[in-house]
Design a binder for this molecule. Structure first.
Ligand SMILES: C[S@@+](CC[C@H](N)C(=O)[O-])C[C@H]1O[C@@H](n2cnc3c(N)ncnc32)[C@H](O)[C@@H]1O
Length: 348
């Protein structure tokens, strides 16, 4: 175990900087110092450090509002950007705090072969919603098991993470289905989006919920959790024609799955499965799990840094199509980017 220790002197923002800062002001000096620190930490991890301990000015002890000081959020961001977990900071007294950064484990295995993010598959290659893209619609048995492993994605509890839960609740609140309304949840897995509907305050009552997923084991769990809902084990590209229309269709982290033709599916949802006042909530993964921790930012294979170009492109295509069909929309979210779309006055 190799642990690197570094002390950032109190009252000297230029502590870990590489060069002479001259008379740079305090904010610039802090930026330069942080950039230098990040370079050093990256180099230390690349050289095999298994942890890095930092001794820094305690942001809670700084009373001067104008002082250039790195706050807790800043240290968390630095840890995340370096691919690390930040352990609970330890106050050291005398205005100092101890931090410990430990590299996160590699990305969860179920991301393998995916392109977009936390649960995302290969983003589709078409550039317009009207374009014909050849998705087979048939579920291949291996693909349907990708998220079925109870020790893999099956162990993920998105609703335990504020970065998933709160934006999801905000988005669901925006397109809240009416009491007694019909809700279709595509790629429902173990039913977390259904659970989230029940967490709205106040939550809609008397909903008729239909969940669709091609994986058997998560569906069995969803059936146990939500006995009043109806679940269909089938490909989202092959929805039964008599499924009917819904007040809300939810599809989080499924549109970009391999073999799903997202554009064709969206057209079908709008044309055949939404009521005239029905709304949509589409979620595109914008993160990856490393161990139990989500890390922000969609990734593209072979890139170390997040690359949001595919999700941004897909969101733009979805929004253009929806606006052409009389919807208004909002994009929010964090580890999932959440596009909500509604017709009429809606929630505003
Ligand atoms: C990443 S998980 C997302 C689950 C849940 N919506 C969430 O965000 O936590 C993707 C889910 O979509 C399902 N899925 C992927 N492609 C599918 C397809 N073509 N037809 C039906 N279900 C599919 C998977 O089995 C899995 O349960």
């Amino acid at each position: 175990m190799s642990v690197l220790r570094w002390r950032w002197p109190t009252g000297d923002a230029s502590g870990p900087a590489d060069g002479n800062l001259g008379d740079a002001d305090a904010t610039v000096a802090t930026g330069l110092a942080l950039a230098a620190l990040a370079r050093r930490l990256r180099a230390a991890f690349a050289a095999g450090a298994t942890a890095i301990e930092l001794d820094v000015p305690d942001p809670d002890a700084v009373r001067d509002e104008a002082a250039a000081v790195v706050g807790w959020r800043g240290w968390f961001d630095l840890a995340e950007l370096l691919g690390c977990r930040l352990e609970a900071p330890r106050p050291q007294g005398e205005g100092r705090a101890g931090l410990r950064l430990v590299p996160l484990p590699p990305e969860a295995a179920w991301h393998a072969g995916a392109t977009a993010g936390a649960g995302g598959g290969a983003a589709s290659a078409s550039s317009a919603i009207g374009a014909a893209v050849g998705a087979s619609g048939a579920s291949d048995p291996v693909a349907s098991e990708r998220y079925a492993d109870p020790a893999g994605f099956g162990a993920v509890r998105k609703l335990d993470h504020p970065g998933f839960l709160l934006p999801l609740l905000e988005a669901l609140g925006r397109v809240r289905p009416p009491d007694g309304g019909r809700v279709l949840v595509l790629g429902c897995h173990r039913g977390d989006e259904i659970a989230a509907l029940g967490l709205l305050d106040p939550h809609p009552v008397g909903l008729e919920v239909v969940g669709v997923d091609h994986a058997a084991a998560p569906l069995a769990e969803a059936t146990r959790r939500f006995p009043a809902a109806r679940f269909l084990q089938r490909d989202v590209a092959d929805l039964p024609p008599d499924l009917g229309r819904f007040d809300l269709v939810v599809a989080v982290a499924v549109l970009q799955s391999p073999a799903v033709d997202d554009r064709a599916l969206l057209r079908r949802l709008v044309q055949a499965h939404l009521t005239p006042t029905g709304s949509l909530l589409l979620g595109l993964p914008n993160g990856r799990f490393r161990g139990r921790e989500p890390v922000w930012g969609a990734r593209t294979r072979n890139y170390r840094e997040p690359d949001l170009s595919l999700v941004v492109r897909d969101l733009a295509v979805y929004r253009r199509y929806l606006h052409q069909h009389g919807f208004r929309s909002h994009v929010g979210g964090r580890y999932d980017l959440l596009l909500t779309a509604w017709r009429g006055a809606g929630p505003g």
